[in-house]
Design a protein. Structure first.
Length: 233
C-alpha cells in the first residue's frame, strides 16, 4: 500500500512539474484575460462614436461645391440648408421649414428664431440679428462636440446670411456625392485609428492575431501535454 501511495505521489508530482502553471493560476489567468477582452470590446463600441472624424478633404470639397452652386444674390439675411435633412425654424406662433439644398429669407426683428433639424431636435441654434447680419448661438448637448454627434456646423456668408453645412458625408444627399466624386472610388476616406482605412485594417488584423494567440495560450495552460505519461508509455 505504501509503495502504491508513493508511486501515485510521484506520478502527481511529475504531472505538476509538466504544467506551465498551477491549475488555480490558470483559472485566474483565464478569467483575467476574458474580463480584459470583454472590457476592451465594450469600451471600443462605447468610445468610437466620439472619436470618428470626417476627412478634411471632404469639408474643403463640399464648401467649394456649395460656393459654386450658391447663386449670387444681394438679398440679405438668407438662411441656407446644405444638408439632406429638413431644417425647422420658429416657434409655436410662427414656424416654417427649409428643405434640403434650399434657402429662405428671414426677417428677424426683436424676437430671436430657433432652428433645429428634424432628427436632432435637442440640437438648437438660436438665430438673432446684429449690425453684421444674422448670428447663431448654439445650444447643444454636451456630447455634440465629439465625433459623429458633431454632425453639422454653421458658416456665415458675405451678405450677412448663414449656411448650415454637414461635417460628414452621411449628411449630404447621395446624388450630390455622385456629382462631386463620380463614384465610390474617388471618395476621400479617413481611418479611425490611422490616416487611412488600409492601415486601420492592418491594426485590426494585428489585434485579432493577438486574440488568437491568447486563446491558444489559455488552451495550453488549461490542458497541458502530459509528458510524464508519454514517457512512461
Amino acid at each position: 500500500t505504501k509503495l502504491i501511495l508513493l508511486d501515485s505521489l510521484l506520478q502527481e508530482k511529475k504531472k505538476m512539474s509538466s504544467q506551465l502553471v498551477t491549475p488555480s493560476t490558470a483559472v485566474t489567468i483565464s478569467k483575467s484575460l476574458m474580463l480584459t477582452f470583454s472590457g476592451v470590446v465594450t469600451l471600443w463600441y462605447l468610445v468610437t462614436p466620439y472619436l470618428v472624424q470626417p476627412h478634411p478633404q471632404f469639408n474643403l470639397d463640399y464648401e467649394k461645391y456649395v460656393a459654386e452652386k450658391a447663386q449670387a444674390t444681394k438679398e440679405a439675411n438668407l438662411i441656407e440648408n446644405w444638408t439632406k435633412w429638413r431644417l425647422f425654424l420658429g416657434d409655436d406662433d410662427r414656424n416654417f421649414t427649409i428643405f434640403s439644398l434650399q434657402r429662405s429669407h428671414v426677417d428677424i426683428q426683436e424676437k430671436n428664431l430657433m432652428a433645429a433639424f428634424e432628427w436632432r431636435e435637442e440640437y438648437k441654434s438660436i438665430i438673432s440679428r446684429d449690425d453684421t447680419g444674422l448670428t447663431v448661438e448654439r445650444e447643444d448637448p454636451w456630447y455634440s462636440k465629439h465625433g459623429l454627434y458633431n454632425h453639422y456646423y454653421v458658416q456665415k456668408t458675405e451678405n450677412g446670411g448663414i449656411r448650415f453645412l454637414p461635417r460628414f458625408m452621411f449628411g449630404v444627399p447621395h446624388h450630390v456625392l455622385e456629382e462631386m466624386y463620380g463614384g465610390a472610388d474617388n471618395i476621400p476616406i479617413t481611418g479611425m485609428l490611422t490616416e487611412s482605412s488600409a492601415a486601420d485594417r492592418i491594426v485590426l488584423q494585428c489585434i485579432m492575431n493577438v486574440v488568437t494567440l491568447a486563446v491558444v495560450f489559455l488552451l495550453y495552460i488549461n490542458n497541458p501535454p502530459n509528458r510524464a505519461e508519454k514517457k512512461q508509455d
